[in-house]
Design a protein around this ligand. Structure first.
Ligand SMILES: Nc1ncnc2c1ncn2[C@@H]1O[C@H](COP(=O)(O)OP(=O)(O)OP(=O)(O)O)[C@@H](O)[C@H]1O
Length: 291
């Protein structure tokens, strides 16, 4: 008897993929006695761009870990790219929080990208090695990193390293891309470059994107919906629905003001790092606040 495949529609992206890219039903996550969030229902469509926002410790990274199958839910269910969340799902790409790489690290850019290749799919042997090299090259070209792909990663700028991390996440041809603060410590030009690459991927391949960030302004035009987590409370909706003084005041349980300044959102009054939402590109919120 033939075994039922785990995913009945494993790689049929030429036809429309109708199942949700991510599906959380009644999801709850607790570490010991502390519940980070519960009752979370979220369906993400293929090609949808979701910004995950919230102050430090609200459980944004933990949500990505649940989707990566690294942390089990305490209740409810989670499916991603057509299967229950599990580690090693080649349909899921991941851009981890940026860490500076040691200058002496004996790893070339292309080796870093190659780490994203699914070993089982490509195996060993000359033909496979060539095929593997071709997909690594294609990913390097996609992010425009050909000029420095053979240099040691430790010698690269933060922006160059981050473009290679994007390539590493794309090399497995993901249906869902999980990004954990991928713009952190990048200058404005590189923030645009990296967010454009991620957006290009979702537009061309219908890849769903979950993008954890403290800074919504650089990605505001790309965002379909926002998941905003604060201290166990959350709200899901378009940026226009969620990023309002009323909704954020309710989430933070204090008076929060959302100002619209030259097409950007400035959040004032949360009393924590999320106020940085208004300080993209080094412009202080107080300065703008008094205009
Ligand atoms: N394995 C763990 N065991 C116990 N507590 C944990 C574990 N992992 C994370 N936590 C705690 O859960 C909370 C949420 O952590 P998480 O990293 O998901 O938050 P975050 O919203 O991504 O924060 P930040 O914006 O600072 O990155 C934190 O208080 C953290 O200390």
């Amino acid at each position: 008897m033939q075994r039922e495949p785990e995913n009945p529609n494993p790689d049929t992206r030429k036809g429309p993929v109708t199942e949700p890219a991510v599906e959380l039903n009644g999801a709850r996550l607790a570490y010991g006695p502390r519940t980070l969030w519960s009752g979370l229902d979220l369906q993400v469509r293929p090609g949808e761009f979701i910004a995950v926002l919230g102050p430090n410790g609200s459980g944004k990274t933990s949500l990505l870990k649940v989707l990566l199958g690294q942390v089990p839910l305490s209740g409810g269910s989670v499916r991603i790219a057509g299967t229950p969340a599990r580690t090693g799902n080649s349909h899921v790409g991941y851009i981890p929080q940026q860490k500076t790489m040691d200058e002496g690290l004996p790893l070339r850019g292309r080796d870093l990208v190659g780490l994203g290749v699914d070993g089982h799919r490509w195996g060993t042997g000359l033909r496979n090695r060539r095929a593997r090299r071709a997909i690594v090259d294609a990913a390097i070209t996609q992010v425009g990193a050909q000029a420095y792909a053979d240099a040691p990663v430790g010698s690269m700028s933060g922006g160059e390293q981050q473009r290679l991390r994007v390539a590493q996440a794309l090399v497995g041809d993901p249906r869902v891309l999980l990004c954990d603060e991928p713009l952190l410590s990048l200058d404005l030009a590189n923030q645009h470059r990296v967010s454009d690459l991620i957006n290009q991927r979702r537009l061309e391949h219908d890849t769903a994107v979950l993008f954890v960030t403290h800074e919504i302004n650089p990605i505001l035009p790309l965002v379909d919906r926002v998941l905003y987590l604060v201290d166990g409370r959350f709200r899901i909706g378009t940026a226009a629905e969620v990023m309002t003084s009323e909704v954020l005041s309710e989430l933070y349980q204090t008076d929060v003001e959302v100002l619209h300044v030259r097409g950007r959102l400035v959040v004032v009054g949360t009393g924590d790092a999320i106020d940085a939402l208004g300080s993209a590109g080094g412009e202080g919120i107080h300065h703008e606040d008094h205009e």
